[in-house]
Design a protein around this ligand. Structure first.
Ligand code: SAM
Length: 292
């Protein structure tokens, strides 16, 4: 009977994934195998000649098949890295993207210019990645994170619990600000941050199969022009953001001017900035509220 060692499996998967044009073939092979063997990736290299037992070969075979069917590797292994934090993910929530780290960075920079407890609202929290990253990196944060999808919030709850952030992050289920209104005694926030669904209907059709067929529609579909949630946030922001507070929104690369205009029409903000990501695409809109 053929003997499959860790090295042999890694080499075989890497070759196979390369042939089938899977992204980052070696990394994908390492992630799948380390997940099946419950090892760190580095441990694979320390155990190159170790034989992999039959039950694990079967588990791996199933993951390889699903990977070739374009299921994102993060869902297959149930976790991802965001802002250098390991987070649980599942197909009920969007896989946090590296671009969203810039949004977190800007929030933390702003929070560090202020003193005392800072109240933050993370709308559309999904896996809770933004709330967890801010809470882990800013000691005086008091965060409310909302999502309409209670299954996504269960994932967020696991991520909050994993890092013992339950005292700093409160998760509420409901439509945008609705659960905040129900819970709060009229409190306003220092920072309101959101990475909402923002894919337009024409763009939804063109998404790569990995995203289109596996990530939740609720996390992607932003209405006909992708702007529905921005319009709703703009309508309600006056009641929830403090004067001198910061609104931070992730946007699609074609939405900078449209979202800027939506915010201008509120007459609540000073300068409204559109910032690019590392790929030189518009990615963030930020604005300080200047009116009561
Ligand atoms: C683009 S995902 C972002 C998830 C996470 N914040 C991130 O950056 O990876 C958008 C999230 O918005 C949630 N959502 C969609 N419509 C919503 C609504 N009306 N109110 C609250 N959450 C909503 C979805 O369930 C999804 O989890």
């Amino acid at each position: 009977m053929e003997i499959w060692t860790i090295k042999k499996l890694l080499d075989w998967m890497t070759g196979h994934f390369t042939d089938k044009k899977i992204d980052s073939p070696r990394l994908t092979a390492e992630l799948l195998l380390s997940s099946v063997l419950n090892m760190q990736r580095i441990e694979l290299y320390m155990n190159f000649d170790k034989e992999v037992e039959k039950a694990n070969l079967e588990k791996l075979r199933d993951l390889v098949k699903r990977c070739l069917n374009n299921e994102p590797v993060q869902y297959l292994i149930g976790r991802t890295e965001f802002y250098s934090i390991s987070l649980k993910v599942s197909p009920v929530c969007l896989i946090p993207r590296p671009e969203t780290e810039l949004l977190v960075e800007r929030a933390i920079e702003f929070l560090r210019t202020r003193t005392g407890t800072q109240h933050v609202c993370d709308l559309c929290t999904g896996s809770g990645c933004i709330a967890v990253a801010i809470a882990k990196n800013f000691a005086d944060a008091n965060i409310i994170a909302t999502d309409i999808c209670d299954q996504a919030l269960s994932v967020a709850a696991e991520n909050v619990a994993k890092y013992n952030l339950g005292e700093k992050v409160r998760l509420l289920q409901g439509d945008l600000f609705k659960p905040v209104i129900d819970q709060l005694d009229g409190r306003e926030f220092d920072v309101i941050i959101s990475n909402p669904p923002y894919i337009s209907h024409p763009e939804l059709e063109k998404l790569e199969p990995k995203v289109k067929n596996h990530e939740p529609q609720l996390a992607l579909n932003g209405g006909p022009e992708g702007l529905d949630i921005y319009r709703r946030i703009a309508d309600e922001i006056g009641n929830h953001l403090k004067k001198d507070g910061l609104l931070l929104l992730e946007i699609g690369y074609l939405q900078g001017q449209a979202v800027k205009q939506i915010l201008e029409e509120t007459n609540l903000f000073g300068e409204i900035k559109v910032e690019k990501d590392l790929s030189n695409n518009d990615r963030i809109v930020s604005a300080i509220k200047v009116k009561e």
